[in-house]
Design a protein around this ligand. Structure first.
Ligand code: SF4
Length: 82
């Protein structure tokens, strides 16, 4: 792996970690759960980012993340509610 590829991998890892922290903070403020079906329908059509229940951009298991009212899609395909 070249240095550029290593740097890109580190940035991607940090970005996912920061997104996870931001999601935890948002859920701590708004722990409400919602019906995830509409969000999951959007994710299932999201190519190439959605695969086997996981969003490759944020690394989240969507059947969990989509239930959290405070969570949001990194690409703004769906947003937080409440
Ligand atoms: S969270 Fe957003 S980017 Fe990720 S799979 Fe769902 S719609 Fe796609």
């Amino acid at each position: 792996m070249t240095k550029v590829e290593q740097t890109r991998a580190r940035i991607a890892k940090y970005s996912k970690t920061q997104e996870f922290i931001d999601t935890v903070k948002a859920v701590a403020k708004n722990p409400k759960l919602i019906d995830p079906s509409q969000r999951l329908e959007i994710c299932k059509k999201c190519k190439p980012h959605y695969s086997n229940g996981v969003c490759k951009l944020c690394g989240c298991f969507m059947h969990i993340k989509a239930r959290l009212a405070a969570s949001k899609c990194r690409l703004n395909k769906w947003t937080s509610v409440g």
